[in-house]
Write a protein that binds this ligand. Sequence first.
Ligand code: SF4
Ligand code: SF4
Length: 207
Amino acid sequence: MKDFLQKVNSYIKEAFGASKYLFDGITVTFDHLKRRPVTVQYPYEKLIPSERYRGRIHYEFDKCIACEVCVRVCPINLPVVDWVMNKETKKKELRNYSIDFGACIFCGNCVEYCPTNCLSMTEEYELATFDRHNLNYDNVALGRLPTNVTSDPTVQSLKQLTYLPKGVMDPHEVPASDPRVGKLPEEVLDWMVSSNSKEELPLGNSK
Ligand code: SF4
Ligand code: SF4
């Protein structure tokens, strides 16, 4: 009888423990239901990479002294520094510099150790191409500045969201019954102008 009671006791304890874990899990689920989605509709929406994001490398030809430190610190000796020795000046003359982003692991070692800081990591991550040979960037391609996020037409600025009802920052928060839903900002503007009734549709409030 005593054994039986102990077994019942331990069973009840385990059942309570399991329900507690279940409740904790459900609490987390419900907590996330109240949050905004963290995904974006790429490529129509884009997130701005963090400040220390290690994207495509930028290179400044004029600052490079062809020391090849970047080659030695690279785990796969990737950068190609093409130089010739000028016998008159007894100095190296840089001809070309290239990095193959098809093989680069974006570790940032070359950027870290370059003595003249002519290498830097940009926030550019859109390097996809149909031909992998196009990923081999020469000094001209490496010298191109990354696209500024503020001039990227696919990134929506807050200014473009002014067509949303007052107090709404996220298009997903607009009720499906709202006549603005599914319209482009220009179309909403045209519709507001054509309605020409500020009493019926005050700017910034569709209700
Ligand atoms: S470490 Fe810097 S300066 Fe030296 S070769 Fe590489 S890029 Fe040029
Ligand atoms: S980021 Fe790393 S892998 Fe890429 S070239 Fe520089 S050192 Fe090499």
